[in-house]
Design a protein around this ligand. Structure first.
Ligand code: C6P
Length: 414
């Protein structure tokens, strides 16, 4: 999705695969094929060891202690903010808010920005392919403020209907919140164009980058969006940690979302004043080890090269889509030309959960169900899909095993 014109250096992905011990085990008597990377990616030893080192030798609370260990932990934790800012090309690390993940980041924006700024009749534009994390928080705020949700429809191939989007934009549009790379379809949305169009109407834009950041270079200054969200556990990092990027002027204007330690300036029973962003939004002791783990994950991905990762995953997903297309009776749910990372499909005669169970018996991990994106499945009139999602450490052999497994499953139902 971000392929640059520059030449991509050759990377030995076979060697890189060795960094992931979890991949080298048998599951149900078969070597594991892990194709559920969109749910959570695997962690290389370098990240696990960095987290372990923190727990063994550096653990202390952050932002609180004058003692050396606390300062060491604070430095390591705060380094993550700088690395994230650089990784996504934010102007400043003050624009990086630590959260517990994409879901938490979107709830923060909805509750802080939304609750303060939305009035009755204001419009929030979402798309039909959103993850529930980018639907439900807005519905909850709409209910409280009287704002109205409008939905960009999706074409039969799984692309956003951009003409319909243009028609939805208007003087009442206050927020456009759209997924970057669809976890249910694999579609990559034109987020810069979406942002520019929204800004022409004075609306604020949030992009859900949970699936795009692990896959390819994302650049805040190029996209120009106001908010951007993602999760560490989908990019070789730990669970329980995520990022909200927000433009500084907007973060400065927003009230806190949660109260407690660290987010304050002065507290008395008469009045409390608040810390500056990003700390204003980070109440309580954070998951320090997870934050440091994200730093290590960024180092790991940057060490491979994000363009090399994107190139490898694009080749793998193209190979997967081509091979899946050969299977009689298989129907893609989402077949956009922009496809990245994800192939989702159905068979009329086999329920997705049966397919997932049979594949699992052969050591192949895929996700089945609605992928926390029920509206888009309803749009395609299916209750569930089987979803294979690739990462750079997968191989063509993994895809071949998936195809063999699908033929095996089909043999039961024919
Ligand atoms: N999608 C999937 O299997 P959290 O849980 O907060 O880290 O991420 C939520 C989320 C938000 N947006 C998108 C586009 C996502 O893909 C996800 C997580 C996983 O597709 C689990 S439902």
């Amino acid at each position: 999705m971000s392929q640059t014109a520059t030449k991509i250096p050759a990377v030995d992905f076979e060697k890189i695969r060795k960094d992931f011990p979890v991949l080298h085990q048998d599951v149900n008597g078969h070597p594991l094929v892990y194709l559920d990377n969109a749910a959570s990616s695997q962690m290389p030893v370098q990240v696990a060891e960095r987290i372990d080192h923190y727990h063994r030798y550096e653990h202390s609370n952050v932002h609180r202690g004058i003692h050396t260990l606390s300062q060491k932990a604070t430095d390591a934790y705060e380094l993550t903010r700088k690395k994230v800012a650089q990784f996504i090309n934010a102007i400043s690390h003050d624009e990086i808010v630590f959260t517990s993940g994409t879901t938490d980041s979107i709830n923060l924006v909805a509750n802080s920005y939304g609750l303060t700024n939305f009035r009755e009749g204001d419009e929030i534009i979402l798309s039909e392919m959103e993850h529930h994390a980018n639907i439900v928080p807005w519905q909850m705020i709409a209910e409280k403020t009287g704002a109205v949700i409008k939905v960009i429809p999706v074409t039969d191939l799984g692309d956003l209907d951009m003409e319909a989007y243009k028609k939805l934009l208007g003087s009442r549009t206050k927020m456009v919140a759209v997924i970057h790379l669809s976890n249910a379809l694999g579609t990559v949305n034109p987020v810069k164009e979406i942002t520019d169009l929204a800004h022409d109407h004075g609306a604020v834009v949030l992009i859900d980058g949970a699936q795009s950041v692990p896959h390819a270079k994302v650049d805040m200054q190029e996209i120009g969006c106001d908010f951007f969200t993602f999760s560490a556990h989908k990019m070789c990092g730990p669970t329980g940690f995520g990022i909200l990027y927000g433009k500084k002027a907007l973060l400065d204007s927003m009230p806190p979302y949660r109260g407690g330690g660290d987010m304050i300036d002065k507290v008395s029973f008469e009045e409390t004043t608040y810390n500056v962003p990003p700390f204003r939004f980070e109440a309580g002791t954070p998951p320090i080890a997870a934050g440091i783990g994200l730093s290590a994950a960024i180092d790991y991905m940057s060490g491979i090269g994000i363009d090399a990762i994107a190139d490898r995953e694009d080749k793998l997903v193209t190979y997967a889509a081509d091979r899946l297309r050969e299977v009689e009776g298989l129907r893609f749910i989402g077949d956009s030309e922009t496809r990245a990372s994800v192939c989702a499909f159905v068979f009329d005669e086999i329920h997705a959960s049966d397919m997932g169970t049979i594949l699992d018996k052969r050591g192949i991990a895929v996700r089945t169900g609605h992928h926390c994106a029920q509206p888009i499945l309803r749009r395609f009139n299916v209750p569930a899909t089987t979803r294979a999602s690739v990462s750079f450490y997968n191989t063509e052999e993994d895809i071949d095993r998936l195809i063999d497994g699908i033929y095996y499953a089909k043999s039961f139902f024919e």
